[in-house]
Design a protein around this ligand. Structure first.
Ligand code: TYD
Ligand code: MG
Length: 478
């Protein structure tokens, strides 16, 4: 058998073999084993096998009877699936055009990010559009949910609340009310009596999701499951839940900033490249209609250390501003601190500036951040990042009203990035007058007439880019 028992993770059993009636279940993927393993053979996670006192269900045979949920075909069923829109455009779009009757949607996110608020506001939207919505809260009391609803001015006779965690009670209430949408907040608080597994454990979760899936099909309701996410960004508990649901959404953002992004990582009824952008305000979540405007610092006078780039969030191009501060360091190994950009890309870009453009940065502390609380790991920001760092180091601003678009390779060459046309159009739409981009794309951009009224400046490598932006003199190297 694969794995190295006893070497990785905490060993949870004293014997290598399980005693009679005991199995080991991986809390990440649900893989079963009769003996303890340090590494799960199913998903490769270390130390994830938990002991469970229960007869294993071989192949799940006894569960698969009448009423078993059928896999949903990916092509649109004849007649199209019934969609329920909440009126919150950003949410409806990420769902693929509204919630689908009979589907199961997992909404993951860190505690406090706004999952309950989003689904409460969506609930009000569904109710006001004639879809009865049942909110089930196992975490908060009726008074807590009620006060949030009152604060947001939410009240509708078709929006109902049940504060309960026991699955059988939820099922009974749902069958009685026949809601079009049911929100279970959160999955970790649902429990099925009579199971050995503790609430939030693998057994409980598997059983709850399975039964909620059946309920969704039976009532033709869209069931939303809220799932808390651990620090590493995975839904706490089994990844198995992700396989069982039709749609997985993640609600993300920086708690210190109001920006929230709803991403779809799996969707049987829509594209996973859609994102919804919101802002958390005192009056709840507000949709951000023109996100680019939010991420670009609008200043009258150009400031050294800033450069704009165009990133893609899902399908949407967004103009963002990279800010850099380069300061003398008194440390033997100077600081490189990044927020919102990938620290490895920052390190590479600094090395490229040193070696390919002759900037002396090895005795400088360098701080780089993105405005607006976005997190971007795409290489498309390389050129903007290099320009911002060089601009701060040399204390000269980049040309006013300019944006940068390009990946910088280890050789210092500037390459085009994906979906150039959409990004160029977005920069033009926001009123940028000048765009630095890879010279290899310049001809194509001209042929396609992408520039609009913008001046496109083609640059072959990073040194040429710094020169074209007026940061270094043609004959001088800093
Ligand atoms: P919540 O929806 O409870 O988060 P989750 O369900 O993901 O744990 O949101 C909690 C945070 O949102 C809390 O820190 C307060 C903030 N908030 C606002 O800023 N404005 C509001 O109108 C509401 C309802 C919450
Ligand atoms: Mg909550």
């Amino acid at each position: 058998m694969p794995g190295k028992p006893g070497f990785y993770g905490k060993r949870r059993s004293t014997g290598a073999m399980a005693s009679k009636g005991t199995v080991f279940v991986c809390c990440e993927c649900g893989e079963l084993s009769y003996r303890w393993l340090g590494r799960c053979p199913g998903c490769g996670a270390y130390g994830s096998m938990e002991e469970r006192r229960e007869e294993p269900r071989r192949g799940g045979g006894e569960r698969r009877g009448a009423g078993d949920p059928r896999p949903i075909p990916l092509h649109a069923p004849v007649g199209g699936e019934a969609r329920m829109t909440s009126g919150i455009g950003e949410l409806d779009r990420v769902l693929g055009g509204g919630a689908v009757a009979g589907s199961l949607v997992l909404v993951g996110g860190e505690p406090g990010i706004g999952k309950s608020t989003l689904l409460l506001q969506a609930g009000a939207g569904w109710a006001s559009r004639g879809t009865r919505t049942l909110l089930v809260s196992g975490e908060e009391s009726a008074a807590q949910v009620g006060s949030r609803a009152a604060r947001l001015g939410i009240s509708h006779p078709d929006l109902l609340l049940l504060c309960e965690g026991e699955l059988e009670v939820l099922e009974r209430a749902a069958r009685e009310l026949a809601p079009g949408v049911m929100v279970v907040d959160s999955l970790q608080t649902v429990w099925v009596p009579g199971l050995d597994s503790p609430p939030g454990g693998v057994g409980q979760m598997r059983e709850s999701v399975f039964r909620l899936q059946r309920l969704a099909k039976e009532l033709e309701a869209a069931v939303f499951l809220v799932g808390h996410v651990t620090k590493d960004g995975v839904v706490a508990g089994p990844r198995l839940v992700e396989h069982m649901v039709d749609c997985v959404l993640y609600f993300e953002g920086d708690r210190s900033d109001g920006l929230r992004i709803l991403r779809s990582v799996k969707n049987r009824f829509g594209s996973t490249s859609e994102v919804g952008i919101f802002e958390m305000t005192d009056g709840g979540l507000r949709e951000v209609e023109d996100p680019s405007l939010r991420f670009v610092g609008r200043r009258k006078k150009p400031v050294p250390g800033t450069a704009s780039g165009v990133v893609l969030e899902g399908r949407r191009p967004l103009v963002v501003e990279v800010q850099a501060l380069v300061a003398p360091s008194c440390l033997p190994s100077p600081k490189r601190i990044s927020s919102g950009v990938d620290p490895r890309r920052l390190a590479v870009n600094i090395a490229v500036l040193e070696r390919r453009a002759g900037l002396r940065l090895s005795d400088r502390d360098i701080y780089v951040g993105l405005t607006g609380g976005l997190r971007i790991s795409e290489p498309c920001l390389d050129l903007a990042m290099c320009m911002a760092v060089a601009s701060s180091h040399l204390d000269r601003p980049v040309p006013p009203g300019s944006a940068m678009l390009g990946e910088v390779s280890l050789t210092g060459e500037v390459h085009p990035v994906s979906r150039m046309a959409d990004r160029i159009r977005e920069a033009y739409r926001l009123g940028y007058g000048k765009l630095f981009l890879s010279s290899s794309f310049l001809e194509k951009a001209d042929e396609a007439g992408l520039a609009g009224g913008m001046e496109l400046v083609g640059v072959g490598d990073i040194e040429e880019a710094l020169r074209a932006a007026g940061l270094i003199h043609p004959s001088s190297r800093s």
